[in-house]
Structures are given as C-alpha cells and as structure tokens.
Design a binder for this molecule. Sequence first.
Ligand code: PEP
Ligand code: MN
Length: 287
Amino acid sequence: MTTPMKPASTEAPYRLASSGFRDGQRSVFDVAGRNVGGGGFALIAGPCTVESREQLLEVAAAVNDAGASMLRGGAYKPRTSPYSFQGLGQEGLRLLAEARERTGLPIVTELLDVRDVEDVVEVADVIQIGARNMQNYALLAEVGRTDCAVLLKRGLAATLEELAMAAEYVLKEGNERVMLCERGIRTHETAYRFTLDLLAVPALQEMTHLPVLVDPSHAAGRRDWVEPMSLAAAAAGADGIIVEVHDEPGRAICDGPQALPADGFAGYAERVRRAAELAGKEVSVAA
Ligand code: PEP
Ligand code: MN
C-alpha cells in the first residue's frame, strides 16, 4: 500500500511571524510612547558605540533636537578583531541611562551575550540583536522571554526566510514586539561595505506582519551614501531607519567613515521625514 502524499502546506514555517497569522493585520506597538509600525516611522539615531559621556550626551541632544524617535548606541560591540575596542560594557549602559534621563529618548542597544541580559534590559527600551547573532538561537529565546522590544538585524548572508525564522524564536517565547532590520548583505560586490537589499522592505512586509527597518549606515560604509539610501528606504515604505551619528566622526573609535555628523543631522532628519511622508508615514515622537 502506498502512503498518500501529504498535501503541500500553505502555512509559512515561521507561523507566528507570518502575515497570515494576524489575518493580514500588521503589527503596531508602542516603545516608550513611540508608535512603531502602521503609520509610525521610527527614526533611530546615535553613535555606533558609546565612547564617553561627552560624546554620547552631545549626540543624544542633537538627535533629540532634530526630532529623532530613539537613541542608539552600543555598550557591547561585536568587533571583527578581538583586539579592537569591545565597548564600554556596564559603564556604557550607565551612560545610556543618563542620556535617556536627559532627553527622554528610548534606548536601543545591542545584547551580545545571554549573561548580560539583566543589565541590558534595565536600560534598553529595545534590545538590538546584531547581524552576527541573528541565528544565535539561545540569545533569541532569551530576549523572547524579556518584555523589552527587539530589533533583529538580518545576518550577513541570511535569506529573508531565515530572518523570519529567527524572529519566530523570539515570538515563540511570548515577546510580540519584534522589528526586523535590513542592514546590507554580503554579495560579490566590493564597491561598498555591504549590498543594501531594499527589496527586503516590501518582501518582508508581505511575508510577515512585523515592522521592517533599514540600516543604511552599515551597508554604505561611507557617510555620503547614507542619505540617499535613507531616503530610498523611507520612500520604499520602511517602518523606520537606524542610522549612525557622531559629534566628531573623524575621531570615532568605531565606524567613523559612515557616521553622519551630529551638527548636520537636523537637515538630514527633515529630508527623511519628507520621504517617509511620501509612503504615508510620520516620524514617531513622544505622544
Ligand atoms: C551596529 O549596529 O553597530 C552593528 C554592529 O550592526 P550589525 O550587527 O548590523 O553589523
Ligand atoms: Mn556600527
């Protein structure tokens, strides 16, 4: 007797993340008073890494004055070389808490190691999971058990389905506030740091119900290419941007060449706001 063939499943393997899960309704949620998803556009800006009190507070004030939605800054940095600066760690978290206190901006910061989760959630409004950890399943499950929103970056060579499956690990633990982030992938092209895959925006918005953000900084690797890609991402309907800004880009410890100068950020933010408007979105600020 032959076993009947199983009918092909129409269900996506990333069940909780799939657009079908909410009957076509997209995820919209609150992060410390900022609307994420739907008509809200999250403009997340700040230094690659927290370097000093002066640096962080200066950048925080500049992006806050320009109407950014949230402040980014790494206290734990995933560096290609183990000899490079690895971040200020707990001192960096303390400075982020001070910047939050002064500006009211919600904090987005990366978690690299499950052992630091308690310290990070004390300060973070959004835990960033970096490209290198997109498939660190223990870390994904751990942040899934927190009640902190999560920004999940696409792995350097990950497919969109793999990204959606990674989000599934977070959602499965009960954490529903997950944002996906396209940050450039490795291709044969070497003219820029990574290939920014902007088609990921409409594709992920079709595949999943989750907000989709774009990081133009790490893809470009050069500050003059950051704005055109930001405008393109916003016009393409991205739910937000996470961009690197520094008060003295020439002296940045990490990712200086791609950092936007803090003193020009207001103009940039205004142009991004107009591009987001083209796609029917408004930059989210405190209600
Ligand atoms: C970062 O945001 O500073 C970062 C390290 O990003 P990614 O994980 O995308 O390389
Ligand atoms: Mn960086």
